[in-house]
Design a protein around this ligand. Structure first.
Ligand SMILES: [Ca+2]
Ligand SMILES: [Ca+2]
Length: 117
């Protein structure tokens, strides 16, 4: 195969790759992602997230019912999420792709997930 033809094929391949990446980024922008930090849910900053606060923070999220996600965070079932419960439930929810987008930002520091807004 002549060198020029090889280069052409490579160029087309690169263009396709760039296009599909751009499309993926667009999709990510459109999807509503849930906040990664405890503070984003705790509207009144009392270190407890109740159902109302959780529902407010997850408005527009359609991939899964927010109440089901709340129940997974609320490990002891008392209707409140504490920072400890939030930390404990997070890995499982990341595994189920609900909080998959939070992993990359936080791999270098586990505390920032719960404290930062
Ligand atoms: Ca609160
Ligand atoms: Ca609880």
């Amino acid at each position: 195969m002549p060198f020029r033809k090889q280069m052409m094929i490579l160029l087309i391949f690169a263009a396709c790759l760039m296009f599909s990446c751009a499309k993926e980024a667009d999709n990510a922008k459109q999807a509503v992602l849930l906040p990664c930090y405890f503070g984003s849910y705790d509207a009144n900053s009392d270190d407890i997230v109740n159902v109302d606060e959780f529902m407010d923070a997850t408005q527009g999220y359609t991939k899964q019912q927010p109440k089901l996600i709340f129940d997974r965070f609320d490990i002891n079932g008392d209707g409140k999420i504490t920072p400890a419960e939030f930390r404990e439930a997070m890995p499982g929810l990341q595994k189920d792709q609900v909080y998959d987008h939070c992993k990359k930002r936080c791999w270098w520091c586990s505390n920032c997930c719960n404290k930062r807004r």
